[in-house]
Design a protein around this ligand. Structure first.
Ligand code: ADP
Ligand code: MG
Length: 378
């Protein structure tokens, strides 16, 4: 999926109103009928039809017919447009640049931010990888009115930003959080390569303990990364790692916390053995709460990304198997050990038709995901 900078420049304010009307309308309509679009955009008469067909031509919306009427829905490019417009109004994104990565369920761009500084734009695209699975589970997703890819992608971006913020504030080596809107996160550009692309390090033992210490330090703050592996650890020139990619983070109070913790630890052990021939008898073991010093999970919940949001996203991730970590998702990444930067290069338009209309956002009650409820436990 491309980010169309031109569309940003050439859209009239009425086109924008129509696009926004469709976004708002889709909260209550699977596909939004023209009279509703006219009503929400306050554009009467034939005018609205002209804007609609314009937006269809630009592939920002698509028309669809159900048993009763023809209507319209946002597709990813339209949602991208709305997010970019908001971010550029806020001044956090000033131009759209090059795509540098395509992840499991995201596109990564380097763009200009405030003061021409380069920042990273991560566009969450839930439903892309797992669209087929989601389709099979239509019944589950039909229980709510919002289009699942839009809602879930937004939740995922909200979660990533909330965690990045709280980790950054507590001095963890993560990118600087800049801004977030809809399904897009803006963050500092880290000048580093993923560990995946590194063939040699000076002292593997030292890096190994730095990474294990990081896993333990996260746990002491009540958190487990959940996808702690060579794809999500960027190694800077000075040898210090930076951790990225937070949509799957879980609390140490999660019922499967021990499993996720051990999986993170095992990822690093396996990688160090295979890549650097390094093995150690020392590795951290999960100990619940015993030595917890902070509850950042609770802070995140207090920051606006609620336990309910967390539960919804998690349920989706479980449904579509998206909580499988990247190292395990061997069908997506080239799984041979050869170091190649190919997987980080944008390779075509494969996502352009991935616009699941399945439903998401089933109400799942918060449960005990984030453990205790004292938000001031720091
Ligand atoms: P996904 O959730 O799709 O795996 P990631 O957040 O892991 O997405 O990002 C995918 C890739 O994009 C990373 O492996 C890294 O190469 C690059 N990347 C992501 N964020 C940054 C950043 N802040 N600075 C530099 N490179 C980044
Ligand atoms: Mg990743």
């Amino acid at each position: 999926m491309r980010l169309d900078a031109k569309a940003l420049r050439y859209m009239s304010s009425d086109d924008f109103r129509v696009l926004t009307a469709i976004e708002v309308g889709s909260r209550n309509h699977d596909i939004v009928p023209t009279p509703i679009i006219a009503q929400l955009s306050h554009i009467r008469g034939g005018g609205v039809n002209r804007h609609i067909s314009d937006l269809v031509k630009r592939k920002l919306i698509a028309s669809e017919t159900n048993s009763k009427y023809i209507g319209y829905k946002l597709i990813y490019a339209g949602y991208d447009y709305l997010a970019l417009r908001t971010l550029s109004k806020r001044g956090t994104v000033t131009s759209v640049g090059n795509q540098i990565g395509v992840g499991k369920e995201s596109d990564i761009f380097v763009v200009a931010g405030e003061d021409e500084e380069q920042v990273v734009l991560k566009v969450h695209r839930l439903g892309r990888q797992s669209f087929r699975n989601v389709k099979n589970k239509r019944d589950y997703f039909r229980q709510d009115q919002s289009p699942s890819w839009m809602y879930m992608s937004r939740l995922s971006a909200m979660k990533e930003f909330a965690f990045m913020k709280v980790l950054h504030e507590h001095g963890f080596p993560v990118p600087r959080p800049v801004d977030q809107n809809r399904h897009v996160v803006v963050m500092g550009l880290v000048d580093a390569f993923p560990l995946r692309q590194i063939t040699e390090v000076g002292e593997p033992g030292k890096l190994y303990s730095t990474l294990m210490d990081l896993i333990v330090r996260l746990a002491k703050h009540g958190l487990i990364h959940g996808d702690f592996n060579e794809f999500n650890i960027l190694l800077q020139e000075n040898g210090e790692p930076v951790l990225i990619d937070f949509p799957q983070m879980v609390s140490t109070s999660h019922p499967n916390a021990e499993y996720y913790f051990n999986r993170d630890v095992d990822c690093i052990r396996t990688f160090f053995k295979r890549r650097f021939g390094y093995e150690s008898v020392l590795y951290p073991k999960f100990r619940l709460d015993e030595e917890k010093e902070f509850s950042l999970d609770v802070q995140v919940a207090a920051s606006g990304f609620t336990k309910k949001d967390q539960a919804q996203l998690e349920k989706y991730q479980e449904e579509v198997g998206a909580n499988q970590n990247e190292a395990e998702a061997s069908d997506y990444y080239n799984n041979d050990e050869e170091v190649s930067d190919e997987e980080f290069v944008y390779s075509g338009d494969e996502a352009s038709d991935a616009e699941p209309s399945a439903k998401g956002k089933e109400a799942v009650d918060g449960g005990d995901m984030a453990g205790d409820d004292e938000s001031d436990s720091e």
